[in-house]
Ligand binder design. Structure first.
Ligand code: NAP
Length: 275
């Protein structure tokens, strides 16, 4: 699949944090040739900086950018998606695949604004994609085929793992794995702070915390074992871990994390309707 992409023309509309992470990865991995890529942003000076840094055709002109594109990635904020769709509609090829990473924006919203039969994929990646350990949920719109889904999967597999979900679950993916890195960084930072409290130098404490979180996540992913079972294997009877766990339970860590994801999921459904 990835070799098929190298001849395709890609337009990234809204090459900000996330769009930029994806585009840099695709160029680095030679998934697309720079000469076949157009990228847009809102500010002229940012467009110029992108062109210099990445060697792609970069501008603030979305209409021009999608002309002749095989794949369009919509990387603008949810509130801007409607305006961008209106702009690009007249220029979009009938077979152009539109992939939106905008939170909160249903595929039907995009389809309605682009007219009939446009293949649309909705994706929700996360910023861990920057080091190739991203997690992306994708779903397809009414006119996207299995092949379109495969293309999108290849694009997000290039920056981590991809899971195909029902569209009704996309806000939940947003609340869990797209917002999740922020939650994980707070936990990680707190563990490092704890290390400092018990006497470790800050850099050592941060390394211990980060590698421990990475290791724990890797064990879950590689063994497929239930996290509770893995937790039990660390918890020696009358040892030190159980004392730490009692503090976590008293501090309501679990319910706090559950509530954080629930709130972020609810918020994910609201973004589109704000201007
Ligand atoms: N950040 C995340 O963790 C994350 C995760 C998953 C999904 N997302 C989704 O990704 C999208 C972008 O988020 P982000 O965090 O990357 O935001 P961001 O850094 O603010 O990027 C948005 C980009 O859109 C550009 N832009 C604004 N109006 C435009 C227009 N009319 N035409 C073309 N480009 C325009 C901005 O240009 P300037 O730079 O010139 O202002 C900026 O580069 C959102 O829809 C968000 O829901 C984000």
């Amino acid at each position: 699949m990835t070799s098929k992409l190298s001849l395709k023309k890609l337009a990234v509309l809204g090459t900000g944090k996330l769009g930029g992470i994806l585009l840099r990865a695709y160029l680095k991995q030679k998934l697309f040739a720079a000469k076949n890529v157009t990228a847009t942003v809102r500010h002229e000076e940012k467009a110029a900086a992108l062109a210099t840094e990445l060697g792609v055709i970069s501008s603030t002109d979305n209409r021009k950018a999608v002309r002749g594109a095989d794949i369009v990635i919509l990387g603008v904020k949810p509130q801007v998606v409607g305006d961008v769709l209106k702009e690009i509609k007249p220029e979009l090829g009938k077979d152009t695949l539109v992939i939106s990473v905008a939170a909160s924006v249903p595929t039907a919203y995009i389809e309605q604004r682009l007219g009939e039969k446009v293949p649309v994929i909705r994706a929700m990646p996360n910023t861990c994609s920057i080091v190739g350990t991203g997690m992306t949920g994708i779903c397809k719109g009414a006119h996207a085929s299995a092949e379109h889904l495969e293309i999108a999967k290849a694009l997000f597999d290039a920056v981590g793992r991809t899971v195909i979900v029902d569209e009704k679950n996309m806000d939940a993916v947003t609340g869990l794995s797209a917002s999740g890195p922020a939650f994980a960084y707070i936990i990680l930072e707190s563990l490092a702070e704890a290390g400092v409290k018990v006497g470790l130098p800050r850099d050592v404490a941060t390394l211990l915390a980060a590698q421990t979180m990475k290791g724990s996540a890797s064990v879950v992913l590689e063994t497929g074992d239930h996290p509770a079972l893995l937790k039990d294997s660390v918890t020696t009877p009358a040892g030190c871990t159980i004392d730490g766990i009692m503090e976590l339970e008293e501090g309501k860590l679990r319910v706090t994390l559950i509530k954080a994801v629930v709130k972020a999921t609810q918020r994910a459904s609201e973004l589109l309707f704000e201007k």
